[in-house]
Design a binder for this molecule. Structure first.
Ligand code: SF4
Ligand code: SF4
Length: 329
């Protein structure tokens, strides 16, 4: 019997998502026996040329992690899209842009200037910056071209399913793989995680008072957080009300608040905006001055609210529409 062909690929990411695939332990052996792995660069020596030689839709599933920041990543994403029946955006970087998406707060030129000129450890007396094409000893050398910003995978290609998390937990990977292999997939475009907020399953939820209100905002390192009480009631920012459930509460279990790696809850386009609305409903302030005083204690709101999702946020997209760099993709 012909086994379904599966590709696993890493675009711009930290490698943690590929590690997460290995974390399914012995199940990986069963998966490897059930499918024909045709690409997994981090683990085995496959060639993109072999994928290029395949027919359209020959691969049943491509599992793609990482964001798209340069021309090579874009080409690989487009190649896998052409050759695959299904594309799964795997992990926060592929689904939403991920933590590297915070680089969208700077321009490409800012980044180059810092990395190749201004950082204290840089020694670059001739002021060389990377070039997409260089000539050395009469030969032409090429490098991938950096795009003007970080893109989520579905900014570049059509995506069939999304598996969030930084990285996705092992049980959700197994669920996604078995859904594909057993042909029990939900409608195209679905996120393969619960359609409810993290607060709905959080053990600390029961500690919330009927009417929650906060008068100050504290950072997690400034206090000894009660391990049983809701972080928000302690004045510690926790994105649980605006974040999709399904992570297994790995952060909660080590007394760290949610930072939103599972992305917005179902039906919410912008998790950061949703959380701001939650905050507005629980601030205990009598005047605009008091509100401003509390909000001033919220250090680095973009870094908190869009840590994993800035490239996919509505604000980012609106801003990017006005910039020439969107023409790159
Ligand atoms: S989602 Fe997280 S673990 Fe996966 S590549 Fe991005 S930063 Fe790494
Ligand atoms: S805000 Fe955070 S700590 Fe509180 S119930 Fe929701 S997820 Fe749990």
């Amino acid at each position: 019997m012909t086994k379904p062909k599966v590709a696993i690929c890493w675009l711009g990411g930290c490698g943690g998502c590929d590690e997460a695939v290995v974390d399914i332990n012995e199940v990986l052996l069963r998966v490897a026996a059930a499918v024909d792995l045709v690409l997994w660069p981090v683990a085995l020596d496959y060639k993109y040329e072999s994928v290029k030689a395949m027919k359209k839709d020959e691969i049943v599933l491509s599992v793609v992690n990482g964001h798209v920041r340069n021309s090579e990543q874009q080409e690989i994403a487009e190649l896998l899209r052409e050759k695959s029946q299904l594309v799964l955006a795997f992990g926060a970087c592929a689904c939403l842009g991920g933590t590297p998406g915070l680089a969208n707060l700077a321009t490409k030129q800012d980044i180059f200037d810092w990395v190749y000129r201004d950082a204290p450890t840089v020694v670059n007396p001739n002021g060389h910056y990377p070039q997409a094409v260089s000539r050395v000893n009469g030969k032409e050398l090429t490098l991938p071209e950096l795009h003007g910003r970080v893109y989520a995978l579905d900014d570049v290609i059509d995506v069939d399913y999304y598996l969030p998390g930084c990285p996705p937990p092992a049980y959700s990977i197994m669920y996604a793989l078995s859904a594909v292999l057993e042909n029990k997939l939900p409608p195209k475009g679905s996120t393969l995680a619960p359609h409810r907020a993290l607060c709905d399953s959080c053990k600390r939820n029961q500690s919330k008072p009927d009417r929650m209100s906060i008068r100050e905002i504290k950072r997690i390192h400034e206090v000894e957080a009660d391990p049983d009480a809701c972080f928000l009631t302690q004045g510690i920012i926790c994105l649980g009300p605006a974040t999709r459930d399904g992570c297994g509460e790995a952060c909660m279990n080590i007394n760290m608040p949610c930072r939103g790696c599972f992305g917005p809850v179902e039906g919410v386009e912008d998790g950061g905006a949703k959380f701001i609305s939650t905050m507005a409903s629980i601030l205990d302030a009598e005047s605009n001055e008091e509100v401003a005083g509390i909000i001033d204690q919220f250090i680095d709101p973009v870094g908190y609210l869009y840590r994993f999702s800035l490239p996919a946020a509505m604000l980012q997209k609106r801003r990017a529409r006005n910039r020439v760099d969107t023409k790159e993709v």
